[in-house]
Design a protein around this ligand. Structure first.
Ligand code: NI
Length: 179
């Protein structure tokens, strides 16, 4: 098990489109286990392989309060969407500290494979519906701020870049203190 570095927006690698998984081997299981560990550690409720710079259609999700209901989706496809639209405040491990309202179908049916390649179907509603749609967007190279206005998006990019500079400055100061 290992913690994986998470790509931070606006890293261009977050815009890559993920390839379908064709080989269901030990490496895939290891990656899913590492992604789960990374998600729990963050902590977050979902993580797409894209976010750890692996461009394959693999998602881990745990929306339970007890954090013991891991769900793994390989090659997920939405087969049904509800007419009802819901607005949730979303966040993302690739955009730390950013929370914005996004409208999406309130419920979706997803067909996916498990880590052994077996196909299953899940009806998702509430937080799971939001989460699976958010993570599937990652696999298409899309992040939730892409739903926002251009102005709002550029404000967020600016804020994250400032955060990054401040973190780098702090790390430099600490290194200077230590030497
Ligand atoms: Ni995300």
């Amino acid at each position: 098990m290992a913690l994986l570095p998470i790509l931070k927006y606006p890293d261009e690698r977050l815009n890559k489109v993920a390839e379908p998984v064709t080989v269901f081997d030990g490496d895939l299981k290891q990656l899913a286990a590492d992604m789960a560990e990374t998600m729990y550690e963050a902590p977050g409720v979902g993580l797409a392989a894209t976010q750890v710079n692996k461009h394959i259609q693999l998602i881990v999700i745990d929306v339970s309060e007890t954090k013991d209901q891991l769900q793994v989706f390989v090659n997920p496809k939405v087969t049904e969407v509800s007419d009802e639209i819901k607005c949730w405040e979303e966040g993302c491990l690739s955009l730390p500290g950013i929370y914005e309202k996004v409208k999406r179908p309130a419920a979706v049916t997803v067909v996916a494979q498990d880590l052994d390649g077996n196909t299953f179907e899940t009806k998702c509603d509430e937080l799971l519906a939001v989460c699976i749609q958010h993570e599937m967007d990652h696999l298409k190279g899309k992040v939730f701020v892409d739903y926002l206005s251009h102005l709002k998006k550029s404000r967020i990019t600016h804020k994250l870049q400032k955060q990054k500079l401040e973190e780098a400055k702090k790390a430099k100061e600490e290194a200077a203190k230590a030497s």
